[in-house]
Design a binder for this molecule. Structure first.
Ligand code: NAP
Length: 483
């Protein structure tokens, strides 16, 4: 596998590829086979400190770099990523499992963050206004927040990195990136591409590690990191927020979801089934925006469930590298066990399995597309982020009931609704407690849109016009003006 062979397997610190100080390595496995793909460096806290020092050392010069230079580095990196789509997609499929067609789509999505923020880098503005008493001029300018720590999950190995690295580069911040240990190769490939595109040494440092807590906590308590941008579970987000509180570090938290999807009786059922397939099955259901609870009006529930089950049963499950595969393996055996456990719990509480629901034989972490109807509201699946190809269908009789059920969660990342009634579409969109709404669509991710959640799904937004703001501080300069 030359794409794996070609990726550096070391830490990237201060512009130099290097082994972990301890010489330790971690294993990267292919979830489709369970076999090891390669070993990469396994950083210790000492390596983490060196990476942070490299970011700190590079900060002042990087902040002084002309915005146009930062913009052009991002644009060149965008071009390189697009030119290497096939290699990057294959790399992602091998380390994470998603089918090649989805991996190609992620490459395009990930690259777009670089193109978008290359355009934002040269549009950072300030202002000069007159104070109300007329005596002062108020000069407001923007500065990079400083060295950042970026922590990413395994489910979108390339895009979760570019969604943070893009705005950090555009704003003039240096950074340490800690990718998930299951999928370090995409991030290491990205470091190579950014270096080729002209990123100066020390601006991006990468530490791959199996000791996330041991490496990260000293950095957050060390006083040099000024910003944490984290994507991952709410559970880990809470721990990191507490650590950031002690040294008052700015945070962006993209956390877990438990997305409701509502199908009203006036929905176009073709559109609703198609949208549900996307909202449920993108990335095998391993997405923070995945539809986790599907509420369907009683009058159309049976027809909707039958159509959805037919579509789900027709999906081809197998290794993502093979042609025609729709559903790859889940990330690991624990991920698959979690999906199966919630299915068994739902069935125990009275749910009917229309398709799927059985653990397959053989190697790999595969789980079949599964549709459950008659799911009772006290089933674990209702408040567990399933992260798997399991569609749980519940019914409702009126709008208030649907909205109340949808909002009955600590999460508030994405929600979906299907209706042809414009009044209802706007009314329900406003009532749903969620950062993003898919209205007659199952896809909300877009680099030009502000991505993020409310309630315990997070703080801040990534992408869109506001994405760069997360990496900028305001500076106000009071200018007295003589009579
Ligand atoms: P996770 O367990 O929270 O891990 C996320 C990252 O945090 C990994 O790199 C992980 O490394 C690291 N980490 C774990 N414990 C840590 C600690 N104590 N200190 C510092 N770093 C720590 O989440 P995951 O299982 O990888 O990803 C799935 C979750 O991410 C889901 O909840 C999903 O909804 C969420 N997600 C949210 C978004 C969004 O935009 N809102 C996007 C994608 C995913 P280790 O694996 O080594 O622990």
């Amino acid at each position: 596998m030359t794409v794996v062979h070609d990726v550096p397997k070391q830490l990237y610190i201060g512009g130099r590829w290097q082994d972990a100080e301890s010489g330790r390595t971690l294993s990267v496995d292919n979830p489709a086979t369970g076999e090891e793909l390669c070993q990469v460096a396994d950083a210790s806290p000492a390596d983490g400190r060196r990476a942070a020092e490299a970011a700190v050392a590079a900060q002042a010069a990087w902040a002084a770099t002309p915005p146009r230079v930062r913009s052009e580095i991002l644009r060149r990196a965008y071009d390189i990523i697009i030119a290497r789509t096939e290699d990057l997609a294959l790399l992602m499929t091998l380390e994470m499992g998603k089918p090649l067609t989805e991996a190609r789509a992620e490459v395009a999505y990930a690259a777009e963050f670089f193109r978008w923020f290359s355009e934002e880098a040269v549009r950072i503005d300030g202002g000069l206004t007159t104070a109300p008493d007329g005596k002062n001029r108020l000069l407001v300018t923007r500065q990079p927040v400083g060295p950042c720590l970026l922590i990413t999950p395994w489910n979108f190995p390339l895009a979760m990195g570019t969604r943070k690295i893009g705005p950090a580069i555009a704003a003039g911040c240096t950074m340490v990136l800690k990718p998930a240990p299951q999928t370090p190769l995409s991030s290491l490939a990205l470091a190579g591409i950014l270096t080729e595109a002209g990123l100066p040494e020390g601006v991006l440092n990468i530490v791959t590690t199996t000791d996330a807590a041991g490496v990260v906590e000293p950095l957050l308590r060390g006083g040099q990191i000024r910003k944490l941008s984290f994507t991952g579970s709410t559970q880990v987000g809470r721990i990191l927020l507490a650590q950031c509180a002690d040294t008052v570090i700015r945070t962006s938290m993209e956390l877990g979801g438990n997305a409701p999807l509502i199908v009203f009786d006036d929905a176009d059922l073709d559109v609703a089934v198609e949208g549900t397939m996307v909202a449920k099955m993108r990335n095998m259901g391993e997405s923070c925006c995945a539809a986790n609870r599907i509420y369907v009006h009683t009058s159309v529930a049976e027809e909707f469930a039958t159509r959805l089950a037919t579509r789900m049963a027709a999906l081809k499950v197998g290794p993502g590298t093979e042609p025609g595969i729709d559903v790859g393996p889940l990330i690991d055996i624990a991920g698959r066990a979690k999906a199966h456990d919630v299915v068994r719990d739902a069935v125990k509480r009275g749910a009917t399995v229309l398709t799927g629901g059985e653990l397959p034989e053989g190697p790999g972490c595969f789980y079949p597309p599964t549709v459950l109807t008659g799911v009772s509201a006290d089933s674990a699946i209702i408040d567990t982020e399933v992260f798997g190809p399991v569609a749980a269908i519940l019914t409702f009789d009126d709008e208030d009931e649907a909205v109340a059920a949808a909002n009955d969660t600590e999460f508030g990342l994405a929600a979906y609704l299907f209706t042809q009634n414009l009044d209802r579409a706007l009314r329900v969109s406003e009532r749903l407690e969620s950062g993003m709404i898919g209205l007659n669509t199952g896809l909300v991710s877009n680099p030009a849109a502000p991505f993020g959640g409310v309630k315990q799904s997070g703080l801040g937004r990534e992408g869109g016009r506001v994405g760069i703001e997360e990496f900028l501080e305001y500076k106000y300069i009071a200018v007295p003006v003589g009579a």
